[in-house]
Design a protein around this ligand. Structure first.
Ligand SMILES: NC(=O)C1=CN([C@@H]2O[C@H](COP(=O)(O)OP(=O)(O)OC[C@H]3O[C@@H](n4cnc5c(N)ncnc54)[C@H](O)[C@@H]3O)[C@@H](O)[C@H]2O)[C@@H](O)CC1
Ligand SMILES: Nc1ncnc2c1ncn2[C@@H]1O[C@H](COP(=O)(O)OP(=O)(O)O)[C@@H](O)[C@H]1O
Ligand SMILES: [K+]
Length: 526
């Protein structure tokens, strides 16, 4: 199930299950501990064969309670385990206290100050200091330990079999809802979370701190009271595509080109048309029935030299676009890539007045940096804005400032919060680009495309890849997708195309991977 839950939502799920009497907090803590062991052995199978030496760092809350369970289970497997306590064991919450007591009946708990002496000897360090309860920047012994862990150069002593750091639920100090460190945060090799991933595992610095991510079940999936309405965001994936949350990407039998929609990409002046052509090619490959590039007359020849299946229609100015848009069969527009600021200011008002599915990117966003309100007043609910961080800051400077400000408390303002606030202000879908691309609607709906962990696609940081993305969205809008579906589906496919091609990727390669990705999707469909 691809939902993400914030810390509050996760607590509500847990509370509902406990209140129903189907499970106790102690059961959940036991399952969490077992999940950590299962994930650890899955990632490092040699630990199953050769138990080693482990330090388990237990914090002042239930994350620490999970740590005591992990410590016991490791010892049961033959590990030499030392537990270090951060905070007073006597003040632990009830379930954590029960597990701590079980431990202290058979072994001592060391004070945090002794941890640094042992670290060099360890094969495994379990970070169970803070989880979803981390709400303020780290200080004192916790901060010292986190800095110490992060400065440790793995492999110095044991190059072949270095010490691994496993974080329970979240790397200590990482904000669960935003993926932003509250001051400092552990850099783990593996993070094991429970029931559902949290936004912070995917957003911002989250993946760099988590290392790898494992989501372990807590047996809550069959809970009839599982509060689905509390879901904070949906992770876009093949599963969401298959579950019919987005329309089938195949073409209907018996349709003709106009029944798959006509997309128009406005292009800029001579020598600047490459970006629009990239968008147009992506729109055609993703299945729009027809795609037309609309350059100024002077750039017609240049574009004609490049294009075959894509049609050309010169438009001198806003009037030309207005005339073109009297053709009701034009279903979607893409403005921005290579358009130029002046032409963008001229064409965008006419494009928006036509109330078609409209993607605004690049110059179509930056052209309104002086007066974003002027743009917002023209936008409608069939628009998608696709800013990267810089364009976002130009249109939504106050929201971007909140993202940049050092978080003083958790939950910190997240990229999901930022995209949601921007969509509400703009009154349309906003896609905020990055390795953690967020698609937000004015009603608060969020989809997240994670290009991290196994889907890391750093080759997408190449000139023109954003132009391909806006073309893909325009193509899907032409085909009849809603703005949110078009943006979310395109973001996911865009990453899949990059993964399909791999290293060496340039923007031109992206549209050419669409057929292979679509073929795979249709082969995997039930
Ligand atoms: N909620 C759930 O559904 C489940 C939670 N479990 C575990 O319980 C954890 C949540 O437990 P808690 O809510 O007790 O939260 P934590 O154990 O994450 O931390 C809570 C404690 O840390 C303190 N704290 C916050 N920021 C601090 C800082 N910077 N420095 C020092 N102390 C700080 C808080 O005041 C509080 O006392 C989860 O992360 C998970 O590991 C699991 O046992 C299984 C189920
Ligand atoms: N490191 C990365 N990992 C995953 N995706 C990335 C990364 N860097 C950039 N991208 C994606 O590549 C695209 C770049 O778009 P943009 O910044 O507009 O580039 P351009 O203007 O050159 O087309 C966006 O879709 C963004 O999400
Ligand atoms: K932790």
């Amino acid at each position: 199930m691809p939902e993400l839950l914030t810390a509050d939502q996760m607590r509500a799920v847990e509370r509902a299950a406990i209140d129903n009497g189907r499970v106790t907090g102690l059961d959940l803590m036991e399952r969490a501990g077992r999940g950590v062991i299962a994930a650890m052995l899955e990632h490092w199978p040699h630990f199953a064969v050769t138990p080693g030496r482990a330090a388990v760092l237990c914090g002042p809350g239930n994350n620490g309670g999970d740590g005591f369970v992990v410590a016991r289970l490791l010892r049961d497997r033959g590990w030499d385990v030392t537990v270090f306590a951060y905070g007073e064991v006597a003040k632990l919450p009830p379930d954590a206290a029960i597990n701590a007591q079980g431990w202290t009946e058979t072994a001592p708990v060391q004070p945090a100050s002794l941890f640094t002496d042992l670290r060099e000897e360890c094969d495994l360090i379990v970070d169970a200091i803070l989880g979803i309860g981390a709400t303020r920047p780290l200080q004192g012994a916790i901060e010292a330990t986190v800095k110490f862990l992060n400065e440790y150069k793995p492999g110095e002593r044991k190059p072949r079999d270095r010490c691994r750091i496993v974080s329970v639920d979240l790397p200590t100090g990482l904000c669960s809802d935003s993926g932003r460190p509250l001051g400092s945060a552990v850099r783990a090799d593996l993070t094991v979370t429970f029931h559902r991933a949290k936004p912070g595992h995917y957003l911002s610095d989250g993946p760099a701190h988590c290392g790898r991510l494992s989501v372990q079940p807590l047996g809550l999936d069959r809970e009839p009271t599982y509060p689905h309405e509390t879901v904070s965001a949906t992770l876009i994936g093949e599963e969401t595509l298959k579950r019919g949350q987005v329309p089938c990407l195949g073409k209907r039998a018996g349709g003709h080109k106009f029944s798959h929609g006509h997309a128009v990409v406005a292009a800029g002046s001579v020598g600047k048309g490459g970006a629009a052509r990239l968008s147009a090619r992506a729109a055609l490959r993703i299945g729009a029935g027809l795609v037309t590039v609309a350059p100024p007359p002077a750039a017609l020849i240049e574009n004609a030299a490049h294009l075959d299946a894509i049609m050309l229609h010169a438009i001198r100015d806003a009037r030309g676009l207005e005339e073109m848009l009297t053709d009701e069969r034009i279903k979607a527009l893409c403005l921005g890539p290579g358009l130029g600021g002046d032409r963008a200011r001229d064409l965008v008002p006419v494009a928006l007045a036509a109330s078609r599915g409209t993607v605004l990117d690049a110059d179509a966003l930056s052209a309104f940096a002086d007066d974003p309100q002027e743009l917002f007043a023209m936008l409608h609910d069939r628009c998608v804005l696709t800013p990267h961080g810089g364009e976002f800051a130009r249109l939504f400077p106050d929201i971007a400032d909140r993202l940049d400000a050092m978080p003083a408390r958790g939950p910190a303002f997240s990229r999901m919060d930022a995209a949601r606030a921007a969509a509400a202000r703009a009154g349309c879908t906003v896609l905020l680009k990055g390795p953690d691309t967020v698609v937000a609607d004015p009603d608060g709906r969020i989809s997240l495309n994670p290009a991290v962990y196994a889907r890391a696609a750093p080759w997408l940081a190449t000139a023109g890849s954003g132009d391909v993305l806006s073309g893909m969205i325009a193509g899907l809008l032409a085909r009849g997708d809603t703005p949110h579906e078009a943006a979310a589906t395109a973001a996911w496919l865009h990453t899949e195309c990059a993964l399909e091609f791999g290293p060496g990727l340039i923007a031109e390669d992206l549209p050419e991977q669409i057929p292979a990705v679509l073929r795979r999707l249709s082969a995997n469909s039930p």
